[in-house]
Design a protein around this ligand. Structure first.
Ligand SMILES: [Zn+2]
Length: 350
């Protein structure tokens, strides 16, 4: 009996010290060390379908991985804004519209902070301002999304390895704080690619969709995403959030073609990320949205008129969640958007 107890203790100790190679864990969560969360701001099912039709694309690489629908309502409203939507994914908590990873005077621990605590590298890439609600929820805690200065200040001490957003002069005022915290600050993709620093903030000009003919000389965001994956790659793994922010903005303006161009850019980003995943099982990829924007109808006649939008606002429609190498699955067809946090958390804490 004593011998048996000793053996049990020994096995428990081995599992504790070597959780990945011990006897307890051999499931998919143990294999995953990189987590990539791709958010199409405002991207509903019909943004995806219409973009496929407009660009003559058949099945997308990530559609075979379709997982579930995300219910996007916030704590304060049936129709979320990007602040509450991103907070749900970043922290697992439904908050009021406008709140950024903080509610009732309490900071909510984010997936980025969890990853950092595990010794993982972290990164945020958006073609919107880095202080925008979605990247802000992954890099700061503020009572209101409009607290721009506080968001930027918190980002200076966030220790996030890679912060990439669009060019914005507000960041220049914080150059000293960023540099004091060990960041290298760059303004071009070329400068970003040649940096040797392991903490970089990049405010890039011209990072809008290369398919939007009204914009010229744009940097291909999918190439920036590819760079981010290579930059963050390390033995301890990484968490990377990528936001395509202009699907939403163009949908607010009911500019359909522009919104679909940005959706196509998201497809390209996903393709680059899947290419990174080829021949490796250690990377989980989630492609989703924070909410639907515009109440977009499906084009049935091959025309893509702005009249396919039914509103200039966000709607309460469910949005898709596609997952490559999922470690947390549910039989439910619809899940709360906070489930996305749980899905990211599982492999990070494993
Ligand atoms: Zn919006």
């Amino acid at each position: 009996m004593k011998k048996f107890k000793f053996l049990a203790l020994l096995i428990a100790a081995v599992c504790l010290v070597f959780p990945l190679v011990g006897c307890c864990t051999k499931g998919p969560a143990a294999q995953i060390k990189n987590v990539v969360l791709i958010i199409g701001d405002g991207m509903g099912f019909n943004h995806v379908e219409n973009a496929k039709k407009l660009f003559g694309l058949d099945n997308l690489i990530f559609e075979k991985d379709f997982f579930a629908q995300s219910k996007t309502h916030s704590a304060s409203s049936g129709t979320t804004d990007s602040a509450a939507g991103a907070t749900a994914m970043a922290t697992g908590h439904k908050v009021n519209n406008g709140e950024i990873s903080r509610t009732n005077g309490q900071n909510l621990q984010s997936i980025v902070e969890l990853a950092q605590a595990q010794g993982m590298k972290t990164g945020i890439l958006t073609n919107d301002n880095l202080y925008g609600a979605t990247p802000a929820a992954f890099s700061s805690h503020v009572d209101a999304r409009t607290n721009t200065q506080e968001i930027i200040l918190q980002q200076t001490s966030s220790n996030i390895n890679l912060l990439i957003g669009k060019s914005n002069s507000q960041y220049n005022s914080y150059q000293t704080q960023f540099v004091d915290s060990g960041y290298t600050m760059v303004q071009t993709f070329d400068a970003l690619k040649s940096t040797t620093s392991d903490k970089v903030i990049a405010n890039l000009r011209n990072i809008r969709s290369i398919y939007d003919e009204t914009k010229i000389n744009q940097t291909d965001m999918s190439e920036v995403a590819k760079f981010a994956l290579e930059f963050l790659q390390n033995d301890n793994g990484f968490f990377l959030m990528i936001e395509e922010g202009y699907i939403d903005k163009n949908a607010h303006n009911n500019e359909l073609q522009k919104s679909l161009c940005e959706t196509r850019t998201l497809f390209d980003i996903v393709e680059k990320v899947y290419r990174f995943c080829k021949n490796r099982k250690d990377t989980m990829v989630i492609v989703t949205a924070d909410h639907e924007t515009g109440g977009l109808q499906l084009s049935t006649d091959g025309n893509f008129n702005n009249s396919l939008f039914s509103t200039t606002k966000h709607t309460s429609a469910n949005v898709p969640i596609y997952v490559k190498n999922p470690v947390l699955k549910t039989e439910e067809a619809e899940v709360e958007n906070t489930t996305i946090f749980e899905m990211c958390k599982k492999p990070i804490l494993n």
